[in-house]
Design a protein around this ligand. Structure first.
Ligand code: GAP
Length: 449
């Protein structure tokens, strides 16, 4: 368990405009959240890093952006209609519904095992020991396509982005003239009617995923699986700046694996509520392409021009939730520090992820000559970094604290000396050290990219 309290992260998120409850003025809706002005910047920076690492810096991984609603046959073929289930129990006394595996404190979703483990368990809502036997429940959200709401018009909001990657496998292979191994990546929303959404944005009903399916020759599965496992670990530590001591491996047992996976390794993050899944690497074998081939009747086999073989590619999947990454990055960066007898909250975010890169302040806001110079510096930095804040509210100490709290790596202050010698005070978020820097040398001092 991490030292950071969830309440502190939630409170900061709300106070500083990272995350709001969806439709808050109507009391919210369980499992749905909105990202605020700072949150959307952090989200976009996380997604950009992932997209760069996955697609732009490679030659053989291509992006798609599929529709959220697809032909429902896709989800029959993928096994989600039959198998995308969680075990649940109802409380006969108060009617509350709970995830049976969570209540039993296990990763197993085997109903017989759960039945035994749940004997004598109390309902967390009312405290009575009057629970039903565990049963399965499909988590896909339904909708209707067209004006008639009947069984023939039922469609699903996608439960994972992977679906339209598989159905576009042939399109991408042909249009990009791709040869194995190659990958298809996608970032987008997915929907799951979670029985008990919980832990802030950790388990939600509308989520966003960053997923990549890597199509390979079957005999390379172990080696490629290992490569993508290592990719995830390196990405978290090197590109998200997450401390290695906050992450660990968790290999899925037989009872835990999704219906499509032959092997699965999660990276767990030390969240404030315990060590929990952040990022999954799965060996999906030829399950998906094989199944789509059968149900659609389309030939999805790969013809290898060198060996003259024809076969169904295997798939190694790398999948991580944007919201969970966001929460992990925030929790990892959140620190409370004592400075000269004062406590400061500081988000030690990697500068690449920080919503604002620099804050510019005139020492006094009622001195036009300082304001004019500060505006000049602000304009110069804004044209370079885009996200630069102009902050002239309160005293300078308060401004620094405010920027620390939202993770702004640098503050630049314009004072009376600036008017004399064209230097400014440059303050570093992490060390709180201040140095005098010439205005035309500020850019050289900032370590942002
Ligand atoms: N395509 C594979 C797949 O969807 P998953 O383990 O069900 O696998 C992948 O989900 C990732 O999506 C998880 O590792 C997690 O980061 C995120 N995720 C899954 N369910 C979530 C939920 N209800 N709320 C937030 N994130 C979720």
């Amino acid at each position: 368990m991490s030292d950071v309290k969830l309440d502190d992260v939630v409170s900061l998120s709300k106070r500083r405009g990272f995350v709001f409850q969806a439709s808050e003025i109507y009391g919210g809706l369980s499992g749905f959240y909105d990202y605020g002005p700072l949150g959307v910047e952090l989200v976009n920076n996380i997604k950009k890093e992932w997209w760069d690492a996955m697609v732009r810096e490679r030659d053989n991984i291509f992006g798609v952006d599929g529709a959220i609603v697809q032909n429902p046959k896709l989800w029959e073929a993928s096994g989600h209609v039959a198998g995308f289930t969680d075990p649940l129990v109802d409380c006969k006394n108060c009617g509350a519904r709970h995830r049976a595996d969570h209540l039993a404190g296990t990763d197993s979703t085997n109903l017989d095992e759960l039945k035994g483990m749940l004997k004598g368990k109390k309902c967390p809502t009312c405290g009575k020991t009057d629970l039903t036997e565990p049963r399965t429940y499909n988590m896909m959200m339904k909708t209707w396509v067209g004006p008639v709401e009947d069984d023939n018009s039922v469609a699903y909001l996608r439960p994972e982005t992977a679906g339209s990657i598989f159905t576009n496998y042939q399109n991408v292979r042909e249009t990009m003239r791709a040869k194995l191994p190659f990958g298809i990546a996608q970032i987008g929303k997915a929907f799951r009617n979670e029985i008990s959404p919980r832990d802030f944005i950790f388990r939600v009903r509308e989520l966003e995923q960053m997923e990549m399916q890597y199509f390979i020759r079957p005999e390379t599965q172990d080696e490629v699986y290992e490569q993508w496992r290592q990719f995830a670990w390196k990405f978290l530590t090197e590109r998200m700046g997450i401390d290695e001591k906050n992450i660990s491996w968790h290999e899925h047992g037989d009872d835990e694996r999704a219906h499509y996976a032959k092997a699965a390794h999660d990276i767990y993050f030390k969240f404030p509520f315990g060590d929990k899944e952040l990022w999954g690497t799965h060996n999906r074998t030829d399950f998906d392409l094989g199944s789509h081939q059968k149900v659609s009747g389309k030939d999805l086999q790969y013809f290898d021009p060198e060996s003259r073989e024809r076969f169904t590619p295997y798939v190694i999947e790398s999948s991580v939730g944007v919201g969970r990454m966001f929460l992990a990055v925030l929790a990892d960066a959140y620190q409370e520090e004592e400075i000269n007898g004062d406590t400061r909250i500081v988000l030690k975010l990697s500068p690449k992820l920080a919503p604002y890169k620099v804050a510019v302040s005139p020492l006094l806001k009622n001195k036009p000559e300082l304001v004019e110079k500060a505006r000049e510096v602000y304009k110069m930095l804004k044209s370079e970094f885009g996200n630069v804040m102009y902050d002239d509210n309160g005293n300078i100490g308060k401004r620094y604290r405010r920027q620390d709290e939202i993770g702004t790596p640098y503050c630049v202050t314009i004072d009376f000396d600036t008017l004399e010698d064209n230097t400014v005070t440059l303050r570093d978020r992490d060390t709180t050290e201040q140095q005098r820097v010439k205005i035309d040398e500020i850019l050289l001092k900032l370590e942002i990219y």
